[in-house]
Write a protein of this length. Sequence first.
Length: 182
Amino acid sequence: MKKLLALFVVVLGFSAVSFGQANIATASSSATIVTALNVQKTTDMNFGNILRVNATGGTVVLSPAGSPTPSSADLTVLGGAPTAAVFTVNGTANSTYSITTNSADITLTGAGTAAGDDMKLGTFTLAATTGTVSALTSGSATGVLLSGTAVLNMGATLTVKGTQLPGVYTNATGLIVTVNYN
């Protein structure tokens, strides 16, 4: 009987230990502080000097490479240093970002003899010379900051009326670019 009792105590002791065993897992924690994302305008957009030959008017498309192309023979670009707008985006290397710009036309107003006259600027386009960027859709695009930088060239389409007065047309604040990390 004592042997049976001793055997019972030993079996009970082992079973209590096996039921009381805990499975343990550990996880580590981490955090990464990223470089603040910023965008800077490097170059303003300039369509150059445009000659309105007839009273028809039309459009001039400025490519992201800075090349202006009139829509018809009624308009001619006569130099004047045409340039696409250039923006530099800096942040954490290989991060994705989103960019938004005007989805609606902006207005360029005339000065001097052209005061009170205006032209519309719209149909914005983007191309990356550093990093990547997708095509603009409704004023939005995405890209990758290769080596922490994206250099973006922006073109647009300028509408010139057949009655457009000679003069300088500007909009100092209407072309807005906003970037965010994705």
